[in-house]
Design a protein around this ligand. Structure first.
Ligand code: NAD
Length: 472
């Protein structure tokens, strides 16, 4: 087989790598045999996926606790419940999404019909990240199944218990000729990237995204990149301080800040900094207690590499709250840093952990200048009662998503596309947008044999051209 020849000899010695080309070939065969074409068959697979989440709920919760110390409610809402709700929404609307999408036909093409017809892409690949190890693999999987694709899934090896659980359970619930999980890390992903699949859906960091994009270029594979970056949060003095603080603390310290759309830094007018920080601290202590290490609801850093990275961000900074660390337990308490230098590590890199930066600004319009001086973020948050300022921010900034007066709630609305822009990613998904991402919208124009006007046929003359100029 062509693909097997491409696997280097040394890679063949890795037992996880050797079978990869065979598995992908099996999926491609199933796709070409038309297994996934039937819409009701796709729905049955989605129902099976939901059954897996419901029947094995305790196993999913256990894996999340082992990998990230996720509390039960947070884990259920952000991973299990999120995907179940996505499946329900998709099953409800799938027949409608698959229908031809009719558009008007111009006069010169009458009588005729014009429409686009969603068709599956083929065999697609989903590469997941570790911070929401189930949601980030299963939500794109729902969309890919719905659109009628075969799927090879590569969960992140970094959340190892979650990855192993997916590899164990997915074959028990889904058709193994159409869906396959590959475990492993860099080597395995590199081999997967050589399998000439029909779409790559990648969630993760920017550096690896470039590797994926370069590999995809060799085969002209279309790519969706769900990346991250520093998500700013403007807090206006004209806001409901109590609710604002609750929502910032909820969205920042969920999963110990290891969320791609967590607020990374706050932009706050100098005169408001003191009262905001005071209220944030009160909320942190109300949510997680005076010692969050004892809270069942407060997460841990995924591994020591990330723990050490985060600990470095604290060096030499004005830590106004928290900063308590326990390396052995991979614990970093909710931490607030005030006014770091723009050239500091914590301002140059995405925090992706439980450290919140507060940047004082002279006036609120200055926030826009700060945001626009950095790469386009995945999310931008704004807390304000001032509607004209809200419009000003919306019109003068660019970001993948915007949350006005709440943190990351937009993720929970399946009717909204989710994705980045610029360095925070390309392409989007969730709900129908996810279905479209994993579909090709095939253009169809059907003409009637009646009324075959000769204007377009040679030999051409001035009269024909003049009539065409009026018609087009
Ligand atoms: P990660 O380390 O889990 O890597 C992501 C995937 O890339 C894994 O499956 C991994 O095996 C693979 N990979 C790693 N190195 C590779 C290589 N050299 N070649 C091929 N594949 C390789 O995740 P990460 O990169 O630490 O993820 C964190 C980043 O992801 C953050 O920037 C975060 O904001 C972003 N993120 C974005 C979203 C989103 O939905 N937009 C969601 C979660 C995380």
């Amino acid at each position: 087989m062509k693909e097997i020849n491409m696997v280097l000899k040394s890679e063949v010695e890795n037992p996880l790598i050797e079978p990869i080309p065979f598995h992908v070939e099996r999926l491609k065969t199933s796709f070409s045999e038309g297994t996934t074409r039937d819409i009701h068959w796709r729905i049955s697979q989605l129902v099976q996926l939901k059954k897996m989440l419901q029947e094995k709920e305790s196993k999913f919760l256990e894996a999340l606790s082992l990998d990230l110390h996720k509390g039960e409610q947070e884990a259920w809402v952000a991973e299990i419940g999120f995907v179940i709700s996505d499946i329900n929404h998709t099953v409800k609307h799938l027949v409608k999404w698959c229908r031809p999408r009719y558009v008007t036909t111009p006069l010169f093409a009458q009588p005729g019909k014009s429409y686009s017809l969603p068709e599956p892409l083929g065999t697609v690949m989903i590469i997941g990240a570790w911070n929401y190890p189930f949601q980030l693999v299963l939500a794109p999987l729902v969309a890919a199944i719905a659109a009628g694709n075969c799927v090879v899934i590569k969960p992140s090896e970094v959340a190892e218990h979650s990855a192993r659980l997916l590899a164990e359970l997915i074959p028990l619930y889904l058709d193994t000729d159409c869906y396959h999980v590959v475990l492993g890390a860099v080597e395995e992903t590199q081999v997967l990237l050589q399998q000439n699949v029909d779409h790559i859906f990648y969630t993760g960091g920017e550096a690896v995204a470039k590797i994926i994009l370069k590999a995809a270029a060799d085969y002209l594979i279309p790519v969706t990149l769900e990346l991250g970056g520093k998500s700013p949060c403007i807090v206006d003095t004209d806001t409901n301080l109590d609710v604002t603080s609750s929502r910032i603390v909820w969205s920042k310290w969920m999963n110990a800040g290891q969320t791609c759309v967590a607020p990374d830094y706050l932009l706050v007018e100098e005169r408001f900094v003191g009262s905001l920080i005071e209220t944030l601290i009160a909320k942190i202590e109300r949510f997680y207690g005076a010692n969050p290490m004892e809270s069942q609801d407060y997460g841990r850093i995924i591994n020591l590499r990330h723990f050490d990275r985060l600990a470095r961000y604290l060096e030499g900074q004005n830590v106004v709250y928290g900063g308590h660390v326990n390396r052995e337990k991979k614990y970093l308490s909710p931490t607030i840093i005030l006014a770091p230098d723009d050239q500091s590590l914590v301002m140059q890199e995405e925090v992706f952990g439980p450290i919140l930066v507060v940047l004082p600004i002279k006036n609120k319009v200055d926030a826009i200048r700060v945001i626009n001086s950095k790469p386009k973020p995945l999310a931008l948050y704004l807390y304000t009662n001032d509607k004209s300022f809200e419009q000003h921010v919306l019109q003068r900034t660019s970001s993948g998503n915007v949350g006005v007066n709440d943190g990351m709630m937009f993720m929970a609305n399946a009717n909204l596309p989710f994705g980045g822009v610029g360095e925070s990613g390309m392409g989007s998904y969730h709900g129908k947008t996810g279905f479209d991402t994993f579909s090709h919208l095939k253009t169809v124009m059907k003409r009637s044999f009646l009324l075959d006007v000769a204007l377009r046929y040679p030999p051409f003359n001035r009269f024909k051209l003049n009539v065409l100029k009026k018609l087009l």
